[in-house]
Design a protein around this ligand. Sequence first.
Ligand code: SIN
Ligand code: FE
Length: 304
Amino acid sequence: MDPLENIDGERFDAVFSEVVRDRALHALEGGQVLFFPRLAFPLGTDERPFLDPRCSDGRAKNISYDASSGQLKGTALTGHERERLQAMVARFAQSARTLVEGLLPDYAPHLRPGRTSYRPVEAKERPSSYRKDDSRLHVDAFPSRPNGGQRILRVFSNVNPDGRGRVWRLGEPFETCARRFLPTIRPLLPGQSWLLAACGLTAGRRSAYDHYMLALHNAMKADDYFQQHCPQYEVTFPAGTTWMVFTDQVPHAAMAGQYLFEQTFHVPVQGLREPARAPLSVLERLLQRPLIAARDQKGSIRAS
Ligand code: SIN
Ligand code: FE
């Protein structure tokens, strides 16, 4: 399988034919990256000064924006500059949403936009802990924000002004990866999800699904032999391009690059065309038990 599926289109509000929309949906749910080689996120002249790592506060690598609360975090900028930075990130959030709704209209009624990030810091700079090291192949899972089985769909645009690509590695299919690591993962302990929430370590209860996804994320990142020797592709996303992928399903690692936008969307499993291909369904099939209790459901299959 080719890891990338090319989609033509030069605008975030492009109109896609039904054939292209079907091809995109099928490829995305099957674990391919939708790659838009001609789709650039253009910056205005007044936004170009933000192409500077000093926009970040030096603590967080990413500047993150929550459209629902209007909160911008991780920047050292203040006053008018901060407002303009926020407007730029919010503009990306809106563009990414327009693209997803136009290309994947089946998802539109279910789509829940999450955070938007702007990444002005060189990706090669490694964090101290291996769990935070996104240059190690992993599937995405959030330690403090259980998502109860919802999918993590992300849209990325490389806006590097010097023509530098964003270099990723992409790993083997989700099921192969899950089969490799599941035997090493212990189940969630009784009372563990209650305790994590009671201590304020998670926002809401961590479901068994969240537990397995996080354990898979950690086990992949911790395994040096796997990192080096598992089947993988290196892919470079050139400056001026956009791509979209279910990062909870597709093992990925960011190796190099600077100046990237990213928008996260949550999609409930029942909003998918083929729910059986979702990580939740794959894990439930492999473990032969349900992984979302009724109280933890956030639009999982059984919520419909
Ligand atoms: C990641 O999602 O793991 C990192 C992607 C990137 O920053 O290129
Ligand atoms: Fe990731």
